[in-house]
Design a protein around this ligand. Structure first.
Ligand code: MOS
Length: 743
């Protein structure tokens, strides 16, 4: 296996992807695993080791929110027929749910949140384990817990830099705000949210001597191997993680969960492979959440709508000792112009489930506040919301002064406005009535910081002209398998069915995993790099310069000669490891994906209920690698945004720390009836500084800002502005005029 390395220090020039000879890149190709998933035959973590003698674990979790464990009595459980073992707190269990938490915290005897795993019953069947778990008594000396972010806000502190700096300032905000001709100030709150992936967290652990095989469902294989090894106190070289199919992650599976650590300990103790699946309630209560947020937005502008001062101050909660904060201010750093700015993130300690990354950490909830504030300020200025945004379009990144690699925000707003019929919007809220419904339209900008990671991928082109791609990169439902297949097929001139892709196994070349919308672009860049190495090898065999070589339908074409690859290879496979590293092109430009959302909403004057009628997202994310998977990602973001605006809220009982609505019956994600016909338009863009693919992240773009388009539409419909998300009907109803008084 030879290694081909690439670091992107200059914007990429024309590539084989641009030549589009094979005609597969960008096309809306179906995912091969779709039929497997809908027929229930794709093997997820829990379904491994079918037919083998295994044991089943069931977690016992804390029924109090804060305290110290005095004792755990597992004897009644152990004496039940079929019970094999109980993993106890003193067995050295450590828990790590967040990859930013490099050193997993020992949970020992301290209870820091309601639902924290305490011990695990292991039995011959899941049912026996679950039954026996009810017999375990945990005696806890309760202490006063902190269960309310609002109450803890005064005790919040600067947690230090994390995924982004905790404090970003420029100029003199206070002075500029005080001097501004027009000012706006408001505080918005967003609730805790749950990732709610379809596949509940599950793991199967098997030991062979001192080597662990873990079938898991995680997003970041190489990081996850490090985490499980650290939690167990073994060498990462002793861990083999197998992770080919993952039923959704959304950040909730970035880090290993208690199911893996307990499964591994139990398998060691019982000498049998152990399966652990969390119940839906446990997924809610014991994995991780998105923190609730308090966000104060202040804008100062000239009368003609140029922002002179902008502050976005945010407060979020997390458990003591975990300094991850929701980076709610991230897009405020670069989205709009303004010389004087202040973006802060403060964190309060709470006794609530760990908060970690969830789908577009930062933008997804930060833009709910700022994109409402932009709407509110536009109204104050008497400006159209799109015009107000355009007047504050920065020439360069307003914080660092870096040039944007590519920024199509204005195009997205203009295209969206035309397509949606923005000109028909009534400026004055509450003036379009249809029976008992008030109808309005609203918009929001979308932006998501682009992230790019180092990545490796191996490709073998075998003598029969078929290619195999392998990397430990994951596919969490996003389409990674298909996208990597398409890049390889286009680069090497192969039919798509002659490229196979292996993912999610820690023995394979190290990829970046799925997170932060970097997956396709980063792992795809490694595949691109490996393909370039293969093309060079083919060119060398033919004695022609690589640039003069065309690859199509399994043949090499140079000059007027066409040679089948099988003949070129003459029985010898070509294997190349592609090693891609971000370089100066990434560092010297500011990179983000942009878009615009448009929503039409109807609000019922009698019930306060909101029905979304139309939702359009226009997005620009560089080259679109697969139109179908990219569009589907955007549909997901739009639906997520509907939930964020209208229904999603983890309710914490502030007296006990209990997560009240810990299942899908009570945690309301949008269902079919809540979702109108969705429309997504993706611009044909290239961003040569972003990657050799000239693409950027798209997965999290469409969720960013969409909830604000919905709430801006609600305001336009009925004149009610609720600054406390979600905008449930009770909150909207309070602000509505009486039925006969309405226009
Ligand atoms: Mo995403 S929240 O980085 O999985």
């Amino acid at each position: 296996m030879t290694v081909h390395t690439m670091q992107l220090n200059e914007p990429i020039g024309e590539t084989r992807l641009d030549r589009d000879v094979q005609g597969v890149i960008g096309r809306p190709i179906d995912r091969f695993e779709g039929p497997l998933k809908v027929t229930g035959t794709a093997p997820y973590a829990y379904e491994n080791l079918k037919g083998e003698t295994v044991a089943y674990g069931y977690l016992v979790t804390s029924g109090v929110g804060a305290g110290r464990i005095r004792s755990v009595d597992a004897m009644p459980a152990l004496s039940m027929a079929g019970v094999l073992h109980v993993v106890m707190p003193e067995d050295g269990v450590r828990a790590a749910a967040d990859p930013s938490d490099k050193k997993p915290a020992a949970i020992k005897g301290e209870i820091t949140y309601f639902g924290q795993p305490v011990c695990m019953v292991v039995a011959e069947s899941f049912e026996v384990a679950r039954d026996a778990a009810k017999l375990v008594t945990v005696d806890v000396e309760e202490t006063d817990g902190k269960y309310d972010l609002l109450a803890e806000q005064p005790n919040a502190y600067d947690p230090g830099d994390n995924t982004i700096p905790s404090t970003v300032t420029k100029g003199d905000f206070d002075k500029a705000f005080a001097a501004a001709e027009v000012t706006f100030e408001a505080t918005y709150t967003t609730p805790s949210q749950s990732h709610s992936a379809m596949e509940p967290h599950a793991a199967v652990a098997r030991w062979d001597g001192d080597a662990l095989t873990l079938y898991g469902c995680y997003q970041l294989v190489s990081t996850n191997v490090q985490q499980i090894a650290a939690a167990l106190g073994i060498s990462p070289s002793k861990v083999h993680m197998v992770n080919p199919f993952i039923g959704g992650g959304f950040g909730g599976k970035l880090g290993i969960g208690p199911e893996s650590v307990f499964a591994a300990i139990a398998a060691k103790a019982t000498g049998r492979p152990v399966k652990v699946a969390l119940t839906r309630q446990q997924v809610y209560q014991t994995t991780s959440r998105r923190s609730d947020t308090i966000q104060r937005v202040r804008l100062g502008a000239t009368k003609d709508g140029r922002i002179t001062a902008m502050a976005h101050d945010t407060w979020t909660g997390n458990t003591k000792g975990d300094e991850f904060f929701e980076p709610a201010g991230i897009s405020s750093i670069f989205l709009y112009a303004g010389e004087n700015r202040q973006i802060t993130h403060r964190k309060a300690n709470v006794n609530i489930l760990l908060s970690s990354s969830m789908r577009a950490p930062g933008e997804a909830v930060g833009m709910l506040a700022t994109e409402n504030a932009m709407d509110e300020m536009a109204e104050k200025l008497g400006l159209d919301p799109i015009e107000f945004r355009k007047r504050n379009e920065p020439e360069v990144d307003p914080q660092e002064g870096l040039p944007f690699s590519s920024r199509k925000l204005v195009e997205c707003m203009d295209i969206g406005a035309r397509r949606f019929g923005w000109e028909k919007r009534n400026t004055r809220p509450g003036t379009r009535r249809e029976g008992e419904w008030l109808v309005g339209i609203g918009m929001s900008a979308a932006s998501r910081k682009n992230l790019l990671q180092e990545a490796k991928a191996d490709i073998t082109l075998s003598p029969d002209g078929r290619a195999t791609v392998s990397t430990d990169m994951t596919d969490i439902g996003t389409g990674t398998y298909t996208i990597l297949q398409q890049i390889t097929a286009e680069m090497l001139g192969l039919k798509i069915e002659n490229v196979s892709v292996q993912l999610g196994d820690s023995k394979l070349a190290q990829g970046p995993g799925s997170g932060g919308s970097w997956g396709a672009n980063s792992s795809g860049s490694a595949v691109f790099t490996a393909c370039e190495g293969i093309v060079e090898a083919i060119a060398k065999k033919l004695g022609v310069p690589a640039d003069d070589l065309t690859l199509k339908d399994g043949a090499a074409i140079a000059g007027n000669r066409q040679t089948p690859l099988s003949q070129v290879l003459a029985g010898e496979a070509i294997s190349v490891t592609g090693h891609f590293k971000p370089g100066k092109a990434f560092e010297e430009t500011h990179q983000a994906s942009y878009g615009a959302h448009f929503c039409e909403a109807a609000v019922n004057l009698v019930t306060g209920e909101t029905r979304i009628r139309r939702l359009l997202t226009v997005g620009a994310a560089g080259r679109i690698l697969n139109e179908k998977t990219a569009t589907s990602q955007c549909y997901g973001g739009q639906i997520f945004g509907i939930g964020t605006a209208l229904t999603e809220e983890l309710v914490i009982d502030t007296r006990t720390g209990l997560m009240v609505n810990h299942d899908l019956a009570e945690y309301h994600v949008p269902v079919n009836a809540d979702v109108p016909q969705l429309e997504v338009v993706l611009l044909d863009e290239r961003d040569p500084a972003a990657s050799p693919l000239a693409g950027r992240g798209i997965g999290e773009l469409a969720i960013s800002g969409v909830g604000a388009a919905v709430t801006n539409a609600i305001y336009n419909a009925c004149g009610v502005r609720v600054r406390d998300y979600p905008m449930t009907l009770d909150k909207v109803l309070k602000g509505l005029p009486a039925l006969d008084a309405a226009a």
